[in-house]
Design a protein around this ligand. Structure first.
Ligand code: ZN
Length: 395
């Protein structure tokens, strides 16, 4: 009990502890129990599982991620951290290796907090033998040999080849993942085989697979192959945020996909959005806006979306009905007849939407008393302006 309690409190302590000592509270008994070797029988040390451990970096390799990011990874002499044997630790990027001053062969501290990927926390240069080697970033992608590139401000190197096998298989795994198309029954191993055999070149091809295509792949009987095909076919319909997330746009997680699905009604609308439109969306920062904008500028990506449509993939946006269906409003100034909350509810009940910022995607600006700068901006963008009374007539 006491042990469990302190194990939980451990992270909150301003100092580090590696366990507790349980000791008998009665000095007489403690003395009577005596000492074995160097340790008294009346006390026992209970160690917590390690969240950090010392080991050796045997090698540094690079791996290629879904978006082509090349990440250096430390190959470790196996060591137990927090109850799990770990053999790899992420080094994030070249700059991080520099910052740590890490060389291959170095003795290091690796740390692992919860389920997070382990990382190198500290290097002991004083333990070097002279045999350590400096790590050099490769010039080409370890998977496809294309020359890797890095933007000036970026710290991450990338493989620019969208046909790179490593990028492809990583992207396939993203696409079939639980938060994307959720294609149960397919996994990384099958994906690699499908790619190896040339049965698929991009994830839209998964929807063309026939039982006979995958049955010969290792361990599949006719029946289970058929089940997989059927479950793939069942996933042709999915929600809009899932669809956005499944595209694998750099920096777009589930949360951002959801934000985008609130703001846009279709993929075409996102595609049409200007960089400024995207930046103006609440919760979307400039880096994310840039990622989205660039993704839709690439012809291959547009082709991929078209291909998905041809294969019969449909995403469902929340269909709204009502006389304000699909219209976007912004409110500025003080309203006399009702509060902002009520107006929002009314508009939404009629299928419309109330947003915070003015952009050219907005249909109407409702103007109350003492309007703010939104009024000027709306005029600038030629957005229809409604006085409160005019708006009430619309309802
Ligand atoms: Zn590559």
């Amino acid at each position: 009990m006491f042990y469990e309690e302190w194990k939980k409190k451990r992270d909150a302590l301003p100092y580090e502890i590696d366990g507790i000592v349980v000791s008998i509270n009665n000095n007489d008994i403690f003395d009577k129990l005596g000492i074995v070797g160097k340790s008294p029988r009346g006390a026992i040390a209970l160690k917590f599982p390690l969240i950090e451990a010392v080991t050796i970096v045997e090698d540094i390799k690079v791996q290629v991620g879904r978006t082509g990011a090349i990440t250096p990874v430390a190959i470790l002499k196996p060591v137990e951290v927090n109850g799990v044997i770990i053999t790899r630790a992420t080094l994030h990027n070249e700059k991080e290796i520099e910052r740590l001053g890490l060389k291959i062969g170095d003795t290091v501290v690796v740390g692992r907090a919860g389920d997070v990927v382990p990382e190198v926390v500290k290097v002991f240069p004083e333990l070097r033998t002279g045999k350590e080697k400096r790590f050099k970033m490769p010039e080409t992608c370890p998977s496809c040999n294309t020359k890797i590139i890095k933007k000036e401000k970026d710290v991450i190197w990338r493989c620019p080849n969208s046909n790179c096998f490593a990028r492809k298989s990583k992207y396939f795994n993203h696409f079939i993942g639980r938060s994307a198309f959720n294609l149960e029954g397919l996994g990384p191993k099958i994906v690699e085989k499908l790619l190896d055999q040339g049965l698929v070149t991009d994830p839209s091809d998964l929807f063309d697979l026939k039982t006979g295509d995958i049955a010969p792949l290792e361990r599949f009987g006719e029946k289970s192959a058929e089940n997989i095909i059927q479950s793939i076919q069942k996933r042709k319909k999915l929600s809009f945020p899932r669809f956005i997330y499944a595209l694998g746009i750099r920096n777009i997680g589930i949360k951002t996909a959801l934000d985008l699905s609130h703001y846009f009604k279709s993929i075409e609308e996102i595609k049409r959005a200007s960089l400024n439109d995207l930046k103006n969306i609440k919760d979307i920062g400039p880096i994310v806006a840039q990622s989205i904008f660039e993704w839709f500028k690439e012809e291959d990506n547009i082709k991929f979306i078209d291909k998905l449509k041809e294969k019969g993939i449909v995403y469902e946006t929340k269909e709204k009905t009502g006389k304000l269906k699909g219209l976007k409003f912004v409110v500025t100034g003080t309203l006399i007849s009702m509060s902002r909350e009520i107006i929002k509810e009314k508009i939404e009940a009629l299928g419309g939407e109330v947003l915070q910022t003015i952009s050219k995607n907005i249909d109407y600006l409702i103007v109350g008393e003492n309007p703010g700068f939104k009024y000027d901006k709306a005029k600038e963008l030629n957005i229809k302006i409604l006085k409160e009374k005019e708006f009430l007539k619309m309802l």
